[in-house]
Design a binder for this molecule. Structure first.
Ligand code: NAD
Length: 255
């Protein structure tokens, strides 16, 4: 039961972040989402859980906008108890062809933003004596795939940062953990399926082959399942889960 808790989920206008925002709100938390797109529709849907919801459109590549967002949550909602660092982007290309500006954007959005939100959220969590930081890493935080150098580097970095923060908060009621999803059928992965279709595969074959290469269950993980894991990690039962990189991946990392 997360009644009375205030959550911020970055990149929560679609996909995994939206799934997590829904479960947190259903568990009773007030939820601020960040991200771009059809924000009005998303806020109406989230509001149906009956808790207070809000949105702040910070670009997670920009430390100044991140600081303004954290100040907004503190000012308008009265604090921040649950920080879910979820915003992320992907670019697939061999390292020697990899556009430098894509490298910089992926490191900024997928890794450095986690440092900025965390450093700004921790003082309030320490003051109030409770906190949860959940970092949405990836199986690519623990193993690599060809063509994803920036993403793999950023996600491995997120897991390292998670462990450091977990140690710095180890003797407090604040925990910091990473969640490592396998394939989830979101816009981020649709792009990769589309690339296979453009290379000549049928849509069914493209989906099947994408799964078959990595995910033995041959089924996608869902945002709802990840939302349930997030709620568990926020619970008192998970108070001694600290610095974990918890995979939910259809068997990807068991191989
Ligand atoms: P998605 O594309 O559905 O959602 C990404 C969200 O991030 C959107 O809300 C978008 O508006 C937001 N966003 C993008 N750039 C932003 C920026 N600069 N500033 C603020 N918001 C920004 O993606 P998703 O698949 O739900 O991915 C969410 C997270 O989960 C990412 O960190 C991703 O790396 C991770 N992940 C995804 C998968 C998967 O299979 N889909 C697997 C493992 C990990």
């Amino acid at each position: 039961n997360l009644k009375g808790k205030i959550a911020l989920v970055t990149g929560a206008t679609s996909g995994i972040g939206l799934g997590i925002a829904h479960r947190l709100a259903a568990a009773g938390a007030a939820v601020v989402i960040n991200g771009f797109g059809d924000v009005e529709r998303v806020l109406v849907e989230l509001g149906q859980h009956g808790t207070r919801v809000g949105h702040y459109p910070a670009d997670m590549a920009d430390p100044q906008q991140i600081a303004e967002m954290l100040a907004y949550v503190e000012r308008e909602f009265g604090g921040l108890d649950i920080l879910v660092n979820n915003a992320g982007i992907q670019h697939v290309e061999a390292v020697e062809e990899f556009p430098v500006e894509r490298w910089d954007a992926i490191i900024a959005i997928n890794l450095s933003s986690v440092f900025h939100t965390s450093r700004l959220a921790l003082p309030g969590m320490r003051r109030r004596g409770w906190g949860r930081i959940l970092n949405i890493a990836s199986t690519h935080g623990l193993v690599a795939s060809a063509g994803k150098s920036a993403y793999v580097a950023a996600k491995h970095g997120v897991i390292g940062l998670t462990k450091s923060i977990a140690l710095e908060t180890a003797s407090t009621p604040i925990t910091c953990n990473a969640i490592c999803p396998g394939w989830v059928l979101t816009p981020l992965v649709q792009q990769q399926i589309l690339a296979r279709v453009e290379a000549g595969a049928s849509p069914e074959a493209a989906r099947h082959d994408l799964l078959a290469e990595k995910q033995p269950s041959l089924e996608f993980v869902t945002p709802e399942q990840l939302g349930e894991l997030a709620v568990f990690l926020c619970s008192e039962a998970a108070a001694q889960v600290r610095g974990a990189a918890w995979n939910m991946d259809g068997g990807w990392l068991a191989q």
